[in-house]
Structures are given as C-alpha cells and as structure tokens.
Design a protein around this ligand. Structure first.
Ligand code: GRF
Length: 192
C-alpha cells in the first residue's frame, strides 16, 4: 500500500464504541520512536465510550457522531478528509458502515474481530466457539468490505481454548493477543 512516503507517518483514525483497550495499544504503538503511524483522531458513535478518555489523556482529537444516517456519515467523511486520514482502524466499533462510506475509503479500513474468521462472524464469538467445543479460537485483523466481517484477512492469531474457559476468560486471553495483533497488521498492510 503506497501509504508510507519517505519518513512521514500515516494518519490514522481509530473508531471505537466501548472500552478502547485496542485503541490504547495502538496509541502505545504510535508512540514508539520508529512507529509508522500517527493517531490523529478518535471517532465514536457513543459519547459514553470509556475509550474516549484516551483522547484527553493523550491529547488526541475526538469526535462523536451517531452514524444513524447518511448525513451523519457524510460529516464523518468530511472530518476524515479534513484531517488527511489515510487509514481507518475499527477497534470495537459496533456500527456497520454503509457501502458508500466504505467506497470512500476503499482498501483503507481495517477491523479487528475476536475469532478466527471466517468462523464466527458477528457477535458472541467466544460463546459460540466454546459451545462448539472448538480447540482453538483467536483473533483476526481484516480489511473491511461491504459484507460483515468478510473482507480479506490480513493476519490472525490462534488462542487455545482451555477446558474450563468461560466466554469471559477466553475473551480476556484473546484480547491480550489482539493488542499485539493490530500493530502487526498495520505493519503488514504498510509493507504490501
Ligand atoms: C475486541 O474484542 C474487538 O475484537 C471487538 O470488540 C472488542 C473491543 O475491545 N470487536 P476494546 O474496546 O478494544 O477494549
């Protein structure tokens, strides 16, 4: 992806709806001396999202939009273009983006999903993996296309499911891997 020109960092917007632990890991990654990214904006559909606190802590611009209609999405697109955003990272973002939004940023939207896609698209991934007695679950970073959790897979990490795992305990172990996987995915995308 011809995003990285010379030593300039690429401008990223992270979209969140909740806790924002993946956002936090991306911020940490952006703070590394040789990081190729700069987090320019945090966008949320939920003004109560806990992760918005990181905007204040790390002095990153934040914006909240309801994403309920095309007008709202148009405002988001305007903000992203105004801030020269090159890459969008969805991180626990619980809204489905419209086809036209995705078209505007074709090949430039990534998502992290807590399963080994194509298994368990959508919600309650850990419950489903445990119920099906899978030996492994994990996490995936993929490009976003117009079908839910179906875009090209960039990178995955397997996590073993233990005998006594609950959805909560499994989610916790997978989340630790997610925090490493998203930066690795960005590095991979930038070298494509
Ligand atoms: C993560 O498990 C992510 O894969 C999923 O939602 C969770 C978000 O966690 N899409 P956080 O808000 O980054 O802590």
């Amino acid at each position: 992806m011809a995003l990285l020109i010379g030593s300039n960092r690429i401008n990223i917007a992270v979209f969140i709806s909740g806790t924002g632990s993946n956002l936090k890991s991306l911020i940490k990654f952006s703070k590394l001396k040789k990081s190729p990214i700069m987090i320019k904006m945090i966008i949320s559909n939920n003004y109560k999202a806990k992760g918005l606190q990181y905007a204040n802590i790390y002095k990153i611009k934040k914006k909240v939009f309801d994403f309920k209609n095309t007008l709202s999405e148009k405002k988001v697109i305007y903000e992203l273009k105004k801030n020269n955003i090159n890459l969008i990272c969805l991180a626990g973002f619980m809204k489905i983006l419209s086809k036209s939004f995705i078209k505007n940023f074709k090949g430039k939207i990534l998502n992290i999903h807590p399963s080994l896609l194509p298994k368990y698209k959508g919600l309650n991934t850990h419950e489903r993996a445990i119920k099906n007695k899978d030996k492994y679950s994990g996490c995936t970073v993929h490009f976003v296309n117009s079908r839910l959790d179906s875009g090209k897979i960039i990178i995955q990490k397997k996590v073993k499911i233990n005998k006594f795992d609950t959805p909560k305990s499994l989610a916790k172990r997978i989340l630790i891997q997610e925090h490493k996987l998203y930066p690795a995915a960005i590095m991979k995308v930038l070298s494509l």
